[in-house]
Design a binder for this molecule. Structure first.
Ligand code: SF4
Length: 363
């Protein structure tokens, strides 16, 4: 197998084998970076792993997994071939933990160093931090990478123990997130994210929302990623039903509302049903419906913070509304020409004391 074939295989494996025979293009993902979306190659340094996380395609006991390892020079060389061909602009390097986590992490850092120092690559490199690696090695990873991440996987220590024995949120992961936070807080060229799985355990959205709220208040995270559980053949959870991707989508909306719109976990208590978010409507609309005493909002007088809590009004729209009402009192929908989500906005607002909302009637 030549290097490009091996790179391609490792990249396919890094996508957790969602597809049987993906073509080359499917190995390329679009990642959000501080400089916008970029096509990246998602690669594993090795598919060998000593751990046995119940959901994972690379778990030690899974016989079907092809076990391979790339040398740091191979990662760098293979990536540069694709980069020079214009196929990718960045690298997301993950790995199974084989032997000492420190050793695994060092090999990943070596791959990034070769890219930076030998090939002069200045673009996007995302390194997954290995649970169990030392803080000194984490610091080295932060130095060479544009972004680092450590996956919390779940919201509670006892749940993690059930699905990923040997990992610890409290003793290891949070410590690393905190340490990275200190290193990058004042840096605009570095970022950190984390990821949580959804539906792998019995966790409710309430738990996840509280964790997201805590993480966003405490640390400078670019975002919390969510991954809806899907069963991997040959793992203990192979017969479990996949999680509804809409649940993942609703949690992304929650993370956005907490991070960008100053919502807190307590705001969503009223909309939870048996601890979970409603799937049939977005959380902001559900929150507004659950708080009728706060609506309708007068568009001519509401302050910015109140406006951005109105369903359908984002930050840009709130600023535009404030600009328009300075020029002229908003009295009818004609004064809102060009404003997006108008029907939704009219449902929760008054224009000069009058409601213009007309429910859509379905025959
Ligand atoms: S440590 Fe990572 S690669 Fe290894 S089994 Fe767990 S999730 Fe999979």
């Amino acid at each position: 197998m030549d290097l490009q074939q091996r790179i391609r295989l490792m990249s396919r494996l890094a996508s957790f084998e969602r597809e049987e025979e993906p073509d080359f293009e499917s190995c390329i993902f679009h990642a959000s970076t501080p400089k916008g979306k970029v096509p990246i190659l998602k690669l594993m340094q090795t598919t060998m792993c000593d751990k046995n996380c119940v959901y994972c395609a690379f778990r030690r006991d899974r016989e079907e997994t092809v076990r391979m390892a790339l040398k740091p020079e191979e990662v760098a060389k293979g990536f540069m071939e694709l980069y020079r061909a214009g196929k990718v602009k960045g690298l997301f390097l993950s790995s199974g933990i084989f032997g000492n986590p420190e050793f695994t992490m060092e090999r990943m850092i070596d791959s990034a160093k070769i890219l930076r120092e030998k090939y002069g690559f200045r673009g996007y490199i995302h390194l997954k931090l290995m649970p169990g690696a030392s803080l000194q090695t984490v610091e080295e990873a932060v130095r060479v990478a544009s972004r680092v991440s450590i996956n919390l996987e779940t919201s509670k220590e006892e749940r993690l123990k059930q699905i990923a024995k040997g990992k610890s949120i409290l003793k290891d992961m949070l410590q690393k997130i905190e340490y990275v936070d200190r290193l990058i807080r004042e840096r605009s060229d570095k970022s950190q994210i984390t990821q949580m799985m959804v539906g792998v355990g019995e966790e409710k959205d309430r738990e996840i929302i509280k964790a997201v709220d805590f993480l966003n208040r405490r640390f400078k995270l670019s975002r919390v990623y969510f991954s809806a559980f899907f069963p991997v053949p040959g793992t203990p959870l192979e017969n479990r039903a996949p999680e509804n991707p809409i649940r993942e989508h609703r949690l992304y909306q929650i993370d956005f509302l907490i991070r960008e719109y100053q919502f807190g976990a307590e705001d969503f208590e009223k909309i939870l049903r048996d601890g979970n978010l409603p799937l049939d409507k977005d959380p902001k609309t559900a929150w507004a419906e659950a708080n009728p005493h706060l609506f309708p909002v007068e568009l001519n007088t509401a302050d910015y913070e109140t406006l951005i809590r109105v369903p359908g009004i984002g930050k840009k729209t709130a600023k535009e509304l404030i600009r328009r009402r300075k020029e002229k009192r908003i009295s009818s929908p004609i004064d809102l020409k060009g404003i997006r989500n108008l029907h939704k906005i009219l449902r929760f607002t008054l224009l000069n004391g009058r409601s213009f909302y007309q429910p859509i009637m379905y025959s």
